[in-house]
Design a protein around this ligand. Structure first.
Ligand SMILES: [Zn+2]
Length: 158
C-alpha cells in the first residue's frame, strides 16, 4: 500500500476540480449566480441535502453558502468555514468536504498511519466531484493541503 507519508501529488489541478456551470441559477438572496458544486460539498453541513445541482454563492457579503433553487444552507448552519464565508467556524483543511486538521490527525491515528479521508477525497476528485477552485480560498486543490497536514502529524512533537 502506498504510504501517506511519501505520497507527493504532482499537479492535481490537471486532473480535478473542473466543474460545469450548466444551468446555473442566481442565489435566492443576493441574486449573484454562483458555480454549480453538486451535493457532495453540501452533505457534510446538511446530511439530509437532496441530490441536485447545488450551487455555491461566492458573494462574501451574502449569508447563503449553498443553494438549490429556494433551498439554502447559510453561514450559521455550516460546521466549518467554506471559502471566505463562516470564518467564525473552524477552518478545514479540505474545504470541499469540511475535514479539519483534528479530523485528519484522528483518522491517521485510527488507521495505523494510513488516511482513509485522503483516499476518499482522492476517489471523489478522480470522479470530478470536488470544487476546490471555488471552495478553497487558495483556489487550489485541497489534496495538497491534506497531504501537507498528514505529513506534519508524522513529525515528532516538541
Ligand atoms: Zn448569495
Amino acid at each position: 500500500m502506498e504510504s501517506d507519508l511519501t505520497f507527493e501529488p504532482t499537479n492535481p489541478m490537471d486532473d480535478c476540480c473542473h466543474t460545469v456551470d450548466a444551468d446555473a441559477l442566481p442565489c435566492p438572496k443576493c441574486e449573484y449566480t454562483g458555480p454549480v458544486v453538486g451535493v457532495g460539498p453540501v452533505r457534510p453541513h446538511l446530511l439530509t441535502a437532496v441530490e441536485g445541482d447545488w450551487q455555491y454563492c461566492v458573494d462574501a457579503e451574502c449569508r447563503v453558502v449553498y443553494y438549490l433553487g429556494p433551498e439554502v444552507v447559510d453561514s450559521a448552519s455550516v460546521i466549518t468555514q467554506v471559502g471566505l464565508k463562516a470564518t467564525d467556524k473552524p477552518t478545514p483543511v479540505c474545504f470541499c468536504f469540511a475535514h479539519t486538521r483534528a479530523e485528519l490527525a484522528e483518522d491517521l491515528r485510527a488507521h495505523g498511519g494510513v488516511s482513509e479521508i485522503k483516499a476518499e477525497i482522492k476517489a471523489v476528485v478522480a470522479d470530478g466531484n470536488c470544487a476546490c477552485e471555488h471552495l478553497n480560498p487558495s483556489g487550489k486543490c485541497c489534496l495538497v493541503d491534506v497531504q501537507r497536514a498528514l505529513k506534519s502529524f508524522a513529525r515528532p512533537v516538541g
